[in-house]
Design a protein around this ligand. Sequence first.
Ligand code: F6P
Ligand code: MG
Length: 508
Amino acid sequence: MTSLQPNAVAPPSSEPSQSPPSKVTLSLGHLPKKQDIKGPWPRTPSRVDPNNPPWPAYRGYHEYSFAHATMGVRLPTILGKAIEDTMKTLNEQSSEEQVTDLLACIERMDGLMTDLSGNAKLRPIIDDAEADVALWNKAIAKYFQGKDFMSAPWLFAEAYKYRRLREAFSVSKYWKDYDVFFRQKCDTFSRSADAVFELSMRFAEPFKHSGNLSDAEKLEAERLMFLELTQICLWGNSTDLSLLINMTEEQIKSLQSTGGDHLAATEKNILGNHLPQLWETVKELRAKTGGRIDFVLDNAGFELYCDCVYADFLIQSGLAKQIRFHGKRYPWFVSDVTKKDWEWLLNTMVYGYLFPKATEQERESLRRMGVRWKQYEKEGKWVYEQHPFWCTGYTFWELHGEAPDLFLHLSRSDLVIFKGDLNHRKLTYDCAAPASTPFDVAIGPMANAAGAPKVCSMRTIKSDVVVGLESDELAERLDGEEPGWKISGKYAVVLLSEGRPGEKVRFA
Ligand code: F6P
Ligand code: MG
């Protein structure tokens, strides 16, 4: 059986040739300084493809980027924990057929560990009847032939690891839908009691205006509530399991603190802040008797709960008449929402006994909210969807071309909110764009294709790519003063692109 210890992986070649450099020493004194050289970036759109993003890709062998630590250490650690979880399940089985079937899954995970630690080449995905097999294998054949875990762009290689993990189970007989991260995901919610009840006690009662407020006062009250809930939804993203599995309950609590003062203080950590424009956008929706807002979800448990509290307000206030939630078809990047996580949350709120220390009043507040949310589902005001494209290694620059049905579907939305770090990486092609790059430039076709919807990215910063800041200097100052600021989750962006809504969507 493979050791659970990650191995360091040797860095391969550098951008853009990607063939291993030979070890020669040159005297480069006569050349201009590195910072004086202006690269040919961004690439012209016709030369952009998944292996050649508009700005240089992050790859596992880039020791300066989070890609290196993730590919070399974090992913093997996460996989090791997944193997441990599956062994726990194995020990709980009695049927020989199911035990041996699960053992074969563990052996396949061991094989993946060997590939990951040994920096193997990316092989095609086995046909396990998932809807995304063709999309995966087309990308591998077209753009990543001969690429390995460290030399393929980080985004693709990391996503590929989760797809291979899926394959370890999907080819089995009894364990196709086994979720190695499910226990951990449920845990984040049950370990978040204080924040969970702080929200349920405030928002269990349907939102209504107090007293005899004038229309202007009502609007102002609504604006403030919107801004507060947007921040709650945003910071719910800082508790993502793939980074925080070793956090103490105290640390989780301080990250999840939802009080008003705390939120005022944290607004200054939103480095690219389009909150005022976002409010203008949703306010206009009510004029059309409420719009359709889509959430491309990120993490299950506490973050999903915050998303739902926000979505609940959008419905109650009449700003939206329908919310469509987009989740993943199978376990993804440890904590992302699957249908099972979605159902678990709503049902545990209504029927569960997760919080032994809760008061009767607290339990009732959670139950009432859960009942209301389930009712929204029955009435079609909330809809849960799971398109196969979300579990691919493609960025959203390719959404228009690779998933035209999804693009068309999203183009009919009044606002598409992308939650979290991974979605932000996918929107921006996960490449080294200057921090001052305007958001709508960074997201390419998701902003400039005919019919592109309004897009908002709500993301706490947990990886290298940062765009939408007022200046490059801000990022440079933080680089100097706070090393690690790009992975701490302490800073965030809320960025909006106006898109080209209403125009006819066209596919070449
Ligand atoms: O492994 C790195 C990563 O993919 C980063 O995007 C981020 O650190 C984390 O995993 C996922 O974050 P989120 O759940 O916010 O997408
Ligand atoms: Mg996630």
